[in-house]
Design a protein around this ligand. Structure first.
Ligand code: GLY
Length: 569
């Protein structure tokens, strides 16, 4: 693990704990710190925030199952982690129930009906910088609340009980961490610029660890959802507040967009790796459901175990698999309800083997000469996992896209809107905020879902739950999930090491191999000699993992890169 980062996180946790104790004289008396590792036998919740993980674990203790816990966690994240937890965004859920049924639910945002493919271009058809990222026009129709009610049918406890922790946290407030204070401070100017009603996130003197964040408007929205279900969000008062906000800020989301939004149950992507492992992941509009099987199959017959973790040949092999898969992403992937995507071919063994013929053991590939394969016929996000004593597994990634989404809070309703429209290809060939390019498959159309990288995943070993995992990180999501799986399955790493050791990322374009700052220097130098352009990234992802052992022991690992927290009992 990155020693500097670890030291920094420990210091920040100590400071946070200390400051929170001082502020304990104020209301509310909430103490927390991030637990990075837990082992127990009854249930585990891992998420980006201790108060959200706690909300989930409390529900498990009170007789809920992993689905109940996921709902409580997701709703609590919408309060305690405003940068990414959300009501105004969307996401994907992958679950495996104790009866062996696999479920995937798509609650991705959609383009409003008034959206069109050239909406972010000027009269010369050039992209207007920032238009798909900032403020009202960047927001897609939110899917999170519809998603929660779609998966609620697998829960056990009354909804009012599951939402109460979130209502309490919003209404009474909670002390913010040092990292949250820092993020809020960095976004003050944007909050002022992109809001028509000044939100509670604005603080003239600046935020510091231990300050209490109270969100009364958000509590009101949560209560309407408690009392009226999804209609408490997509119709009535909340819908009115959203549409009024859109009118004040020249956004596009209208009453019909909200009323017609539905989450979709999709056919899970299920594939095997080396016979013993079965992987269950999210299909399109998540690109993960294509890229993960492609990359796993590209390396499956290459004896990675012998090459070893983060050696020159193993990083080279995995980076080239990433390059090839992301070249296909740019050309072929988009919303299957709008564009015919040859998924079966893209993940088939003959196709991936043909693609790997481009792989040269001695030198880096080249993205200019590496296009997508030929098909014959035709940043901020958050992840959490829950597991219960019955064997139910839940893996959910949700997103606002950028940190605090478009930075616009719905006036009177207290929640931030996403800037997910930037995940469309706003102009084919022009990179989005993650530097990813897309083509026709992912152009904007009314009602269409934008392509995502979110890859909530469950791995079975010999048919039994083994790993539940996922991460935020824009286009780095799928490569982080890929590496975490390979680290555990092939390199025999502990879940903690697989989460915390430095990661790398290649996405075809830009033609750069990004490495985290503690990535071994000697390996970078060797890779450079092979022809790679090396770029550095501060942190890649915030991976959360639950590992289930045949003994019945359950391990939860929360990423060191943030406030992430693992709880169990
Ligand atoms: N907004 C990031 C993603 O969906 O991939």
């Amino acid at each position: 693990m990155n020693t500097n980062l670890k030291a920094k996180v420990i210091l920040s946790l100590l400071i946070t704990e200390c400051i929170l104790s001082v502020s304990a004289q104020q209301v509310p008396k909430i103490y927390y710190h991030s637990k990075k590792h837990v082992t127990c036998r009854n249930g585990v919740v891992v998420s980006a925030h201790p108060l959200a993980s706690r909300a989930g674990i409390q529900i498990l203790k009170e007789g809920g199952n992993a689905i109940d816990a996921a709902i409580a966690t997701q709703l609590a994240l919408a309060v305690v982690y405003p940068a990414a937890g959300n009501l105004g965004g969307g996401g994907f859920m992958v679950a495996r129930l104790s009866n062996g049924k696999n479920i995937t639910i798509d609650f991705r945002e959609k383009a409003p009906v008034a959206a069109g493919r050239n909406m972010y271009l000027d009269e010369k058809e050039n992209v207007i910088s920032g238009k798909s990222e900032d403020g009202h026009l960047a927001a897609g129709v939110p899917g999170s609340v519809a998603g929660i009610f779609t998966y609620y049918k697998f829960a056990r406890l009354p909804f009012a009980k599951l939402i109460q922790p979130a209502i309490d946290l919003a209404e009474k407030g909670f002390p913010i961490s040092a990292a949250e204070a820092n993020d809020l401070n960095e976004n003050q100017e944007d909050f002022k610029k992109y809001n028509t009603v000044m939100p509670v996130f604005i603080k003239d003197k600046g935020w510091k660890a231990g300050d209490i964040l109270i969100q009364k408007d958000l509590a009101g929205t949560l209560k309407r959802i408690r009392d009226k279900g999804a209609k408490g969000f997509y119709e009535g008062e909340t819908a009115r507040l959203i549409v009024e906000e859109m009118k004040r800020g020249s956004g596009l989301i209208g009453y019909e967009d909200l009323k017609n939004y539905t989450a979709k149950s999709r056919e899970p992507v299920v594939f095997t790796y080396k016979n013993d492992f079965t992987l269950i992941t999210m299909p399109l509009p998540s690109s993960g459901g294509v890229l993960l099987p492609q990359m796993m199959r590209m390396v499956e017959d290459r004896n990675l175990k012998q090459l070893g973790f983060e050696t020159v040949p193993s990083v080279h092999l995995m980076a080239e698999a990433e390059r090839l898969a992301y070249a296909d992403r740019a050309k072929y992937l988009g919303d299957v309800d709008y564009f015919k995507v040859p998924v079966k071919t893209l993940i088939s063994y003959p196709y991936v083997r043909e693609r790997m013929k481009k792989f040269n053991m001695d030198s880096a590939g080249n993205s200019k000469s590496t296009g997508a394969g030929i098909i014959p016929e035709s940043e901020e996000t958050t992840h959490f996992d829950t597991y219960d004593k019955y064997g139910n597994c839940v893996s959910i990634t949700t997103t606002l896209n950028g940190g605090y989404g478009c930075r616009t809070v719905v006036g009177g309703a207290g929640f931030l809107l996403n800037n997910e429209m930037d995940d469309f290809s706003v102009k084919p060939g022009v990179p989005n905020m993650y530097g990813a390019v897309g083509g026709e498959a992912n152009v904007i159309a009314p009602g269409k879902r934008m392509l995502s990288s979110m890859t909530p995943t469950i791995a079975l070993f010999n048919g039994k739950p083994f790993l539940i995992l996922g991460t935020p990180g824009g286009t780095t999501i799928t490569t982080s999930v890929f590496q975490t799986l390979i680290d555990i399955i092939e390199f025999g790493m502990s879940a903690s090491d697989a989460v915390n050791k430095p990661k790398f990322h290649h996405q075809w374009l830009p033609d750069t191999l990004y490495v985290e700052k503690d990535f071994p220097k000697q390996v970078s130098i060797q890779l450079q000699k092979m022809g790679y352009k090396i770029g550095s990234k501060g942190a890649i992802g915030r991976t959360e993992v639950i590992r289930v052992f045949p003994t019945g022991e359950i391990e939860g690992v929360a990423d060191w890169r943030g406030d992430d927290d693992a709880e169990g009992y």
